[in-house]
Design a protein around this ligand. Structure first.
Ligand code: ARG
Length: 396
């Protein structure tokens, strides 16, 4: 009997060629596994493509719900953004793929797993560390680190020679990875950091000259930290995210253009779109800011930074990440209320908030006659607050 490999399959040129290449180089049967989390629209088509390309079997699993609940939601609670911007769509998708890749490999009693990540990206790290956490004994093959194609053209020739279907119409000049939390667009002319991304690079958002003139207001209801209603209409998390991608995209919300520090040491120019992530991260942050105290909020920011790094670096299934999840979850009961956002020309701004757990007191904050703040006691308080520094500079 031939040995077996389970390949994380996307339907793109690389993983399609990898099916044939694995058969030839390793003399194995190839089983494809795809996580359906928002990139591919047509599951049947993807399955057919895998089989036509030479796979013995294909698992195309709908994992959107699991992705939303177990990956996106915790990172929303963590306010995770790598280097202050990138909401981590790809970095969150990879551990989910790794976990199921390991599971399917065990189910199939496979000898290997394989993936289509290159040798200079972060994705290989997330997939391999994830797979090894769940299935330490399985061997991992990374065809893209081994094969000798010098260019995309060579790869296309190989595909044609072996009758592997190539979708020429979809041949984008960019490298793209997408799920419901956002899209990453890299390579091509974007590699020049001075060049503005051309309009055709964007997939989820309209450019500012095409967005509506009038702003649009939306209201998001949160219960226990979970966004549950959009404009008064109940939505499950996946629907909520997909609807906000649609609406936010129409207003050009959630574009990023940044130079980012990869784990492998290089800096890369990244273009991201993440309309729903941008809106939800802002909305959740605003609501939490209203119901939680200063010490908690300030300390949380440090942990958010760490959480984003762990996620980005492929340390998703780790004790520290899980402990941080418990920390972020601990106060979500209070994150219940409504946030009103204004979408306007590329921006999503919170313009209203309301919660029964609100710590905001208009009586204390007001500069009007209704003021209830005890101004006199400020004097004594300030005496103590400044005491350690009294005369400090006077002595120099
Ligand atoms: N730089 C981003 C990250 O590391 C995006 C990676 C995109 N992946 C891809 N295969 N195009 O998370």
């Amino acid at each position: 009997m031939k040995k077996k490999v389970v390949l994380a399959y996307s339907g793109g040129l690389d993983t399609s060629c990898a099916i044939r290449w694995l058969q030839d180089q390793y003399d194995v049967d190839v089983i494809c596994f795809s996580a359906f989390i928002g990139e591919v629209k047509d599951r049947k088509k993807l399955e057919k493509k895998a089989l036509v390309s030479g796979a013995k079997k294909a698992y195309i699993l709908d994992l959107k719900e699991e992705f939303a609940r177990e990956y996106i939601l915790p990172s929303l609670w963590a306010h995770a953004r790598y280097e202050g911007q990138y909401p981590l769509a790809t970095a969150l998708g990879r551990p989910l793929i790794a976990k199921h890749l390991a599971r399917v490999a065990k189910l199939e009693k496979a000898d290997y797993v394989a993936h289509g990540c290159t040798g200079k990206g972060n994705d290989q790290v997330r997939i391999e560390v994830g797979v090894r956490t769940w299935a330490p004994n399985i061997k991992i093959i990374a065809p893209l680190r081994e094969w000798n194609f010098k260019s995309r053209e060579e790869e296309i020739d190989y595909a044609k020679k072996h009758k592997i279907p190539v979708d020429a119409t979809k041949a984008s000049p960019y490298s793209i990875d997408m799920n419901i939390w956002g899209i990453a667009i890299e390579a091509g002319i974007l590699e020049n950091p001075w060049t503005e991304p051309p309009q055709d690079a964007y997939v989820m958002t309209r450019s500012l000259d095409k967005v509506p003139d009038q702003p649009r207001y939306i209201v998001i209801d949160f219960v226990d930290g979970v966004p549950v209603k959009l404009n008064g209409v109940k939505k499950n998390l996946v629907d909520m995210i997909e609807s906000l991608n649609e609406i936010g995209g129409t207003y050009g919300v959630g574009r990023f253009d940044m130079i980012e520090n990869r784990l492998v040491g290089i800096k890369s120019r990244e273009v991201y779109e993440a309309p729903a992530a941008e809106i939800l991260l802002r909305a959740h942050t605003e609501l939490e800011g209203m119901v939680m105290d200063r010490e908690f909020l300030h300390y949380k920011r440090l942990l958010s930074e760490k959480y984003a790094q762990l996620t980005y670096f492929g340390y998703w299934f780790t004790p520290l990440k899980e402990s941080l999840d418990a920390f972020f979850q601990s106060n979500q009961k209070r994150v219940t209320g409504k946030i009103r956002m204004k979408l306007e020309k590329g921006h999503a701004v919170c313009v209203g908030r309301e919660s029964k757990y609100s710590l905001y007191s208009e009586k204390l904050a007001t500069y009007s006659a209704a003021d209830a703040f005890d101004h006199k006691s400020a004097q004594g308080f300030l005496k103590m607050w400044g005491l350690p520094y009294e005369g400090l500079k006077d002595k120099e």
